[in-house]
Design a protein around this ligand. Structure first.
Ligand SMILES: Cc1cc2nc3c(=O)[nH]c(=O)nc-3n(C[C@H](O)[C@H](O)[C@H](O)COP(=O)(O)OP(=O)(O)OC[C@H]3O[C@@H](n4cnc5c(N)ncnc54)[C@H](O)[C@@H]3O)c2cc1C
Length: 414
């Protein structure tokens, strides 16, 4: 049976991995060269700790404060666009205690399973990609924020995670020689990380060897269909026929589906990263500067800093003020770093595919019986890649997904 996947990001590749294993004949189409997507320059975390979605109580009031600061980590670009307005309204509606209470068990189950699956994939493919399972430290500068993180730690423990709340001195012991200026940290010990671009490159090589076909610089522009069935994808290089079609086109998925009469709400959430190749000191553990919302990941080629969430549709331009905002926050937490540590660095930007409620869209559409959508993973597309791939594989085999997908329905906002 033939499967065509649109998108060679983490979601497309993980789907291809499982589909290929089950004997499907897989072709992946991408309009780029497969290395210019969001799955390359991100922070590389596998984070069961992130079991609370972005849309949660407190985000609206905090977000409104951030809106006026050009260096803040969160921003929604004001616009008269109707889709953005609908997205914003649904984001607001999803930011309640009761909605979060429904989302947490699903997200937690998916994150935990995916965390196990990534180790299985790495063992099977023999890819290393700098994978490290020393956990994630949430560094806090204020006692209030440390207390909030400790509450999150209690929630994570209820879901079986191992978490320690540490004083600053205890946190420092985990990274001897790496100075921190904080009141303490929470150590989510089940989290892990890798160097994402290495993983992506290695997985593509592995999949090619297993017989997956990659068709780069191929833009999918339309579909041919009839009687509720997709017959072919129309691309700028001709038609691609298959039995089943997977749309894993990241932040661009809504644009494509909307053209096909399938309405989903999805916005690009722009984030930046940069790598300090030769940092003053290299920490051994990945961390997040909690108040500043900056991720810090020791990678194979240096120390990567990543941050900001600018909801602004499909704009990938770099705003130097926000990059500066990330850089300015670092010496506050890590006194061995200064402005000089970041001179001449080239920032990268990526678009996180964001749904209003922070849960991905995974499933079939009402209109077509052989069209599967897998996107909307926002800040968790790396963490959730493996489990999403497995769910796509369930759907392609006409099975009910092994994870309850009630909250993940593709057309839940139409
Ligand atoms: C700064 C930053 C840090 C992050 N850190 C983490 C992290 O630590 N952990 C984590 O889990 N997640 C993280 N994320 C989120 C994660 O990177 C994304 O959720 C994930 O990469 C999305 O993968 P994807 O496959 O859905 O989309 P993408 O990687 O964007 O891939 C989509 C692909 O579809 C192709 N495409 C689109 N339209 C078409 C078309 N019409 N025809 C053909 N091809 C098309 C594109 O060219 C692209 O290659 C981070 C994101 C950012 C920006």
């Amino acid at each position: 049976m033939k499967i065509a996947i649109v998108g060679s990001g983490m979601i497309g590749l993980c789907s291809a991995y499982y589909l290929n294993k089950r004997g499907f004949e897989v072709t992946i189409l991408d309009e780029g060269d497969g290395s210019d997507n969001c799955s390359y320059g991100n922070a590389g975390y596998f984070s069961p700790s992130h079991l609370v979605p972005l849309a949660s109580p407190g985000i609206i009031s905090q977000g409104l404060k951030w809106m006026t600061n050009p260096e803040s980590p969160f921003y929604i670009k004001p616009s008269l666009n109707r889709d953005l307005a609908r997205w914003g309204w649904q984001f607001y509606r999803a930011s309640t205690k009761s909605r979060v209470k429904r989302a947490v068990p699903v997200l937690s189950q998916m994150l935990t399973e995916s965390r196990t699956l990534i180790e299985e994939i790495l063992a099977d493919t023999k890819i290393k990609a700098g994978f490290d399972n020393k956990g994630l430290l949430m560094y806090c500068k204020s006692q209030n924020v440390l207390d909030e993180e400790a509450e999150l730690a209690n929630l994570a423990k209820k879901y079986g995670q191992e978490v320690d709340v540490l004083s600053s001195a205890e946190a420092e012991k985990l990274n001897p020689g790496f100075e921190i200026n904080t009141v303490g940290a929470v150590h989510f010990k089940d989290d892990a990380w890798f160097t994402p671009h290495l993983f992506m490159e290695e997985l593509k090589k592995y999949l090619s060897k297993q017989g997956v076909t990659f068709s780069y610089h191929t833009r999918v522009t339309n579909m041919e269909s009839g009687e509720g069935h997709v017959k072919a994808l129309v691309t700028d290089k001709g038609k691609v026929e298959a039995d089943q079609f997977i749309i894993a086109a990241g932040s661009w998925t809504a644009k494509f589906l909307n053209q096909q009469g399938i309405k989903i709400l999805l916005q690009g959430g722009k984030g930046y990263s940069f790598v300090v190749a030769d940092p003053p000191v290299m920490p051994k553990t990945a961390s997040i500067l909690t108040e500043a919302r900056v991720a810090v990941t020791p990678m194979q080629h240096g120390l990567r800093f990543a941050g900001t969430m600018e909801i602004n549709r499909l704009d990938l331009s770099i705003n130097p003020r926000r990059v500066k905002g990330i850089q300015n926050s670092i010496p506050d937490y890590f006194p061995q770093f200064s402005e000089k540590s970041f001179v001449g660095l080239k920032p990268w930007a990526g678009l996180r595919p964001c749904t209003p409620d922070g849960l991905p869209y995974i499933g079939k559409t009402r209109k077509f019986d052989n069209l599967i959508v897998a996107t909307g993973h926002a800040m968790l597309g790396i963490s959730l890649g493996p489990v999403t791939g497995l769910m796509v594989n369930d759907l392609a085999q006409e099975n009910t997904p092994h994870i309850d997908d009630t909250l993940l329905q593709v057309e839940r906002y139409s």
